[in-house]
Design a protein around this ligand. Structure first.
Ligand code: SF4
Length: 183
């Protein structure tokens, strides 16, 4: 983030916290629902469970407008390139939720056509257990993700992925670089 580079460290830290707070409370999901888990996802978004309470109800079907990819359902070998392309088309910072057993580990479908966990191909930030997960599970996972976004641990991971470290991370990197290399 260019603006943070131009600010003194105190303001940059405060700005980073403000940005994290904004990101945490305005996630725009991109659903990638392929099977029964997607029905639970729809239910979570409905008025009964009301994901809008957590600021994540603005579902987009364009990756370029989304920052939270929700993978719900089985993903086959043929579908994985599509999922990867969608992930790559999403702008940074972005997060991925793997919803249900099938997306996380293939579920009961231990076959040659089925991806045994989407995290083998795209980085997953939070997993939702269940077959299918209850809407409450999904809300709990979303809250865990929000906590991580707010504390900045995910931000550091994004810095690592993008190679653009935040100002407050630069000191850590410098300290690490000063350490002797153990051979
Ligand atoms: S985890 Fe269960 S509910 Fe979800 S897609 Fe797989 S079989 Fe369906």
């Amino acid at each position: 983030m260019g603006l943070e580079e131009m600010l003194p460290p105190f303001f940059a830290t405060k700005l980073a916290k403000l940005l994290a707070w904004g990101r945490k409370n305005s996630l725009w999901p991109m659903p990638f629902g392929t099977a029964c888990c997607a029905i639970e996802l729809m239910s979570t978004l409905s008025s009964r469970y009301d994901l809008a309470r957590f600021g994540a109800e603005v579902v987009r079907f364009s990756p370029r407008q989304s920052d939270l990819l929700i993978v719900g359902g089985r993903v086959t070998l043929k579908m994985m390139p599509v999922l990867q392309r969608i992930y790559l088309q999403m702008p940074e910072p972005k997060w991925v939720m793997s919803m249900g057993a099938c997306a996380s580990c293939g579920g009961v479908f231990d076959t040659y056509t089925m991806i045994q966990g989407v995290d083998q191909f795209i980085p997953v930030d939070v997993y939702v257990p269940g077959c299918p997960p209850r809407p409450e599970n999904m809300i709990a996972a979303l809250q865990m993700l929000q906590d991580q976004i707010a504390t900045g641990t995910i931000q550091q991971e994004i810095d690592r992925r993008t190679g653009i470290p935040m100002v407050d991370r630069k000191e850590q990197l410098a300290a690490r670089a000063a350490l002797p290399v153990i051979k």
